[in-house]
Design a protein around this ligand. Structure first.
Ligand code: SF4
Length: 472
């Protein structure tokens, strides 16, 4: 996927003015946010499950090398081949090589953000291999000119039914249907033939289980079954951090993943695949490969961002983020949007290539409140901002403003005088409307909304008045 994260501000601005997108994004709060809230009440003790999940993910990450070695041993013992890729390009080459070795002409894929990271469809296309996305959302995006996903679990959340109906009738050359079930039926009909013709299935992994060498896959459409049981070759492409020691770990994490993601107590489909098809088995791939990708993940170990590796890709942080809810996923310009993306993207592609992402947050803290594995996202965003400042990556105007603020904040008397002057000046500027519609240096705010005037008093004045009123 092409990196456009450096253009966040401009991309976000365009999306804020897109009324249709704004309507479509309301699904996040009406569907996912409320769904999650209800689903969590079904757990006896959500916080206890959350603590257990944190502990289990930490156990994986603290000894990542050991669990990965164990995973490799167990998967190999059951007939699979485990391959390691240091970066995206190497991962793409490995998958293409596997396809060529097995004379693969056509691939069916499940949704996988890691394959977006490595641009797998493009690599396969360049090698003359047809690759079809089979997750309904991803399929819609693929037939719409390989549009990138805008959400990690609901890739097409930015579109509405009418847009999809138009697209289907144009691409499938069939009468325009408008019912969601009919549109899904039409996609199913088209995809059925692709499943039957495919020589290779590519999936991501929700979890890799070290003790059994298995891959756990979660979907709501069952396409993971069709991708892994019908073709002769199954390739799992995933990040190294997805490994967990035991099946018990998967059971704990699965109590949180669908609930946090879509508000379901359990996903419609859950597959646990272990090794290649046995002699007595009717279904399954004859050849199974794991392509395990680092691409910046192990660099996070031992840093302020290590806890990010706990992420189970549920999407709850973006569903609840007031910034994501307004700008949608495409504004972020790479694979991972929302608060988790604003931490991962600068770490994976370089802070200088994602300058505005750590700033794309109000630091309201909601993302860490809803994160099932308690990743301190606001703290990490703050750390990235500090890094940017230390490396001189912020614009001079911002750095100057911070320097001025620092000058006053370490001189309390001067700060008090300046704050009082600023407050009363702003109050006067608001006139009778008590609103400021143009403010030099803050046009980013006043271009789209008025700035309410302050009371004319400083915080200290108000605080003192409150204390006096309470007789203290
Ligand atoms: S950071 Fe937390 S909330 Fe966000 S996707 Fe990862 S696990 Fe889910």
């Amino acid at each position: 996927m092409q990196i456009k994260s450096m253009h966040f501000v401009e991309r976000a601005g365009r999306r804020l003015n897109d009324q249709r997108l704004q309507r479509n994004l309301t699904k996040l709060s009406t569907k996912f946010v409320t769904g999650r809230a209800v689903a969590l009440t079904q757990l006896d003790d959500f916080e206890a499950v959350r603590d257990a999940a944190v502990e289990r993910r930490n156990r994986s990450i603290d000894n990542l090398d050991l669990w990965l070695e164990k995973f490799e041993r167990e998967a190999t013992r059951r007939g699979a081949t485990v391959l390691w890729a240091e970066n995206a390009a190497e991962a793409g080459r490995l998958v293409v090589k596997i396809a060529e070795e097995h004379d693969v002409k056509s691939v069916v894929k499940t949704k996988s953000m890691v394959t977006e990271e490595i641009n797998l469809n493009r690599a396969l296309r360049r090698a003359g291999i047809r690759s079809v996305e089979t997750d309904l959302g991803e399929y819609i995006l693929q037939i719409n000119g390989n549009e990138p996903p805008s959400h990690i679990i609901a890739p097409v959340v930015h579109k509405d039914k009418e847009q999809i109906a138009d697209l289907f009738s144009r691409v499938h050359k069939r009468p325009r249907l408008t019912e969601i079930s009919a549109l899904a039926g039409e996609a199913r009909e088209v995809l059925r033939a692709k499943f039957l013709a495919a020589d290779m299935g590519v999936t991501g992994a929700n979890f890799l289980v070290a003790e059994t060498g298995s891959v756990a896959l979660v979907t709501n459409e069952g396409n993971e079954g069709m991708c892994t049981l019908l073709p002769k070759v199954h390739v799992v492409v995933t990040g190294v951090e997805k490994v967990v020691p035991t099946l018990e770990d998967v059971a704990t994490l699965m109590r949180l993943l669908p609930r946090s993601a879509t508000g379901q107590s359990i996903s419609n489909y859950f597959s646990l695949l272990t090794g290649i098809k046995g002699r007595a088995e009717r279904d399954g791939a004859r050849h199974m490969y794991f392509v395990l990708i680092d691409a910046g993940r192990t660099q996070l170990l031992g840093t302020d961002f290590q806890e990010m590796l706990r992420c189970i890709r549920c999407g709850a942080c973006m569903n609840h983020c007031p910034v994501y809810q307004k700008v949608g996923g495409h504004a972020y310009g790479w694979v991972y949007p929302g608060p988790m993306g604003s931490v991962l993207t600068p770490n994976f592609i370089g802070l200088e290539n994602a300058l505005d992402l750590p700033q794309a947050s109000t630091l309201c803290g909601e993302c860490s409140v809803v994160c099932p594995v308690k990743i301190p996202l606001p703290g990490m965003l703050r750390k990235l901002r500090e890094k940017q400042l230390a490396e001189g990556l912020r614009p001079w105007r911002e750095r100057t403003a911070l320097r001025i603020f620092r000058f006053f904040s370490v001189r309390p008397r001067l700060y008090r005088i300046a704050a009082r002057m600023a407050s009363s000046t702003l109050r006067r500027m608001g006139g009778r409307r008590h609103m400021i519609s143009r403010l030099p240096g803050l046009s980013g705010w006043t271009n789209t909304r008025d700035f309410p005037v302050p009371s004319g008093k400083t915080f200290r004045d108000l605080y003192r008045a409150t204390l006096r009123a309470r007789g203290r």
